[in-house]
Unconditional design. Sequence first.
Lengths: 368, 368
Amino acid sequence: MTLTRLNKLTASLRTGGLDAVILNPGPTLKYLSGLNFHLMERPVVLFVAPDQEPVLVLPELELPKVNLFPYKVQAFAYGENPSEWENAFRKAAQALRLDGKRIGVEPRQLRLLEFRHVKAGAPEADFPDATDVLAGLRLRKDKTEVDTMRKAVRIAQSALEALIPQIKIGMTEKELSSELVMQLLKHGSESEIPFAPIVSAGPNSANPHASPTDRKLQAGDLLVVDWGAAYDGYISDLTRTFAVGEMEDEYKKIHKIVQEANAAGRAAAKPGVPCADVDRAARDVIEKAGYGIYFTHRTGHGIGMEGHEGPYIRGDNLQLLEPGMAFTVEPGIYLIGRNGVRIEDNLVITESGAESLSDMPREIQVVG
Amino acid sequence: MTLTRLNKLTASLRTGGLDAVILNPGPTLKYLSGLNFHLMERPVVLFVAPDQEPVLVLPELELPKVNLFPYKVQAFAYGENPSEWENAFRKAAQALRLDGKRIGVEPRQLRLLEFRHVKAGAPEADFPDATDVLAGLRLRKDKTEVDTMRKAVRIAQSALEALIPQIKIGMTEKELSSELVMQLLKHGSESEIPFAPIVSAGPNSANPHASPTDRKLQAGDLLVVDWGAAYDGYISDLTRTFAVGEMEDEYKKIHKIVQEANAAGRAAAKPGVPCADVDRAARDVIEKAGYGIYFTHRTGHGIGMEGHEGPYIRGDNLQLLEPGMAFTVEPGIYLIGRNGVRIEDNLVITESGAESLSDMPREIQVVG
């Protein structure tokens, strides 16, 4: 499978006018090798150039992994002294004759650590952004990938279902978050969960990117839970919002608006439609209800091996949806200083429309 | 507390000859702000320059965090369209008049994503490596930090103690790893654990950086467990090796050698001693026993908010140990294709010697 992926990459490099690409530990490297490398203080870089054996620079202690590659790679290993690193990178660049060439990079993944070493080995090279070229590889999920993502969604849903009866007034956000992680693992998530769950209540729920705190759940809070599971390298990323005890009327109202916006976004998703239209469909509902300024982020992002990848469901993204593209639909309303609501599902575009991999109730549930 | 830390940074920048430093989400930013920012596809950068209000570039949806800073920061927020990012970075660089200046970076943390945006805003600036200047901030732990690390060690130890009776022949490495993560959370680890535990048995245990697989525990395996907890931003990182059922004589022998090497490394650690001497003390034991070529990594690394930071316990590191420095001592012997052993403790240098924060039995225990 990963040999096919390597060939796909080679074809993409040619189309994208790149002589090579460099990858450090992250989703693209995992996609192309099937292997897990750690992102650490010792640089690991895979160089891929069409029609040549890929070259890997890595620390000696990682050498056992070289034989696990699904295709032959030429390895340049370095010892514990950082002064040896430069030399390994120079040899790698020379082996592929990369100096003066166009070497694609992933700016969101590649650190200065790796970049500066590669640049020292190929000082006259250009390093154009290869994000779009590489994103294309993973943008359309095949059936196996969708089945794996479906499983990651089911694990997440089962975990939350197990958590709901345990939610009580007086528990802290951190306690709930820990319990949710335990439920994710119990229900079959990989032990490296895709992200620490957001469990935020009351004023914290009005911050879309809150980290769990020691604040205790109080009656009248809205409770936002944004969580996901990992299964066989693919992830899920869902959000539901709960009412802790009695709810103010305005909160009932904004929850209903967000639920309608979520439904509108999901309904708009189908092949041939620009991403912007999905964003517009969800945003229209919130704007028409008078809460437009409280929906402060895009409607969604792509999902697969990463939580944040293409296609981005943003008002200015004219990219057309195609079968196999997978993304979140997650409108929200955030009343800063008071409470917030978000409802997030994971969709895959089909031949004729879109399938929501997630199907937990979206109606507000009272907990506590 | 974090205002003191900011002042400490300002002093370090002056000593290091830097006009500013840029920080993206990671341990240094957390140390200086007390806040958690996500490392994601939207760049977040804090610019710190002496005698000026720090400047923060961030997405609009993160704006609520600006008020949580323990000191005043000037924020430049951008919207969902990436074409706005450049402008926010330019304004940040202009506010601090950074163009043409020396702006320190952390190459192990900073991605090309952030770097290229900052560089576009300050095209004539230099970007020297500030790792050492910044490492100095966190290198000597104060009493509160050591107490927090002690707690992170205790959580990890309690979790492993709860796991040991559950280890049975036929369980997979992945199952054990998931169960260990659950125990870490149950015993009080933050839900964002510092790293996915390494649980590796049989031939996999001979790979120091193995990821858990579906391989089942078999009688005769050695089982390496390398795990840690997070508590209040600080982490622990321990390793113990177990025998699954009956053990070959050579495995008994190498376990004993590694245990002696671990003890020798710990005994050598005290103020005024170069890091290299701790490495040498541990390595000597293994070399004298004839297994030197099977100890393929350094003896340890610093520990605190990160798993891998200074001081590095490496044969060529002449840095002198000082009270408050914290690091791992983790010698190992890896018989590739067969089995491996590693025993890892977490030490803090005291006024007169070193304290091992970890104290679980290091003798081999039989499990299964």
